[in-house]
Design a protein around this ligand. Sequence first.
Ligand code: C2E
Ligand code: MG
Ligand code: MG
Ligand code: MG
Length: 278
Amino acid sequence: AAKKQGGNRFVVYDPNESNVSLERIEIEASLRKAIEDEVLDVFYQPKMNAASGKIIGAEALVRWNDVKLGFVSPAVFIPIAEDSGLIQPLFELVLRKAMIQMKEWNDVLVEKLTVSVNVSAVQFMEARNLVDCVKDKLSLTQFAPELLELEITESALLNNMSETIEALEEFNQLGISISIDDFGTGYSSLSYLQKLPIDTLKIDQSFIKSIDENGSISEIANGIINLARSLKLGIIAEGVEEEYQKEYLIRNGCHLMQGYLFSKPLEAKEFHKFIKDS
Ligand code: C2E
Ligand code: MG
Ligand code: MG
Ligand code: MG
């Protein structure tokens, strides 16, 4: 249970799970410090055009290796950041680091790479703040907005509808792309796909997993690919691990992919090596 403590600070309060709560409070305090000290890392996972074999960009993924807690998974600390008012400062740090880094790489590349940054649904509760922050970081880093993509989940579209639409329209006017992450796992109505300035559907990993070596049909993956095609949206698959999944996706009209088959998320130095070698 989360108990509101003024502002947008939440502290876990559950007398039956005091250990869990203590651990959570410790993670929250350490995370707050890590953000302040700017010691969170950004890893980069290549996004590939699998049909041509060329890299097109990278997804920025936050990494936290704490002196005391050790490596903490985003699956653990992102929900805590979302509940404790830390997700917006975390996003600001990741966005700034990712744009500075990608700009440095792009300065010497002929074919510029895009960078995708994850935005949590709760950040749309303060949509104005989110838009202002993105504008601010763009002008600070002088990063080309056409090369920036924001990955949002369908749940971002469930609350605060009019402010969310306004924010997406502003991003669109700035030239920023919007991708729907984990597509197919949300509960929202699909009508927003026609109304909102959305660029790309990112097929959730679970639907890629169901493509097996016997070439069995993933009805949902195919359905999403066809939906994207008829709505003239871009399509990318995530969690591609096997050659047969890649072949299947290419055969069915999805050329852009991300996954361990191509590369796991890499630290900046390794990613730089990846683009130099490819
Ligand atoms: P996501 O945005 O859907 O990112 C994809 C996740 O799948 C990443 O996990 C990535 O490392 C993992 N992945 C990539 N390829 C494969 C594959 O072939 N197989 C498998 N099994 N996994 C693969 P990661 O980095 O642990 O992040 C987990 C989630 O945490 C992300 O899911 C995203 O929702 C969240 N996250 C990560 N970084 C950030 C961030 O900076 N801000 C926010 N708001 N959320 C973040
Ligand atoms: Mg993502
Ligand atoms: Mg995803
Ligand atoms: Mg996910």
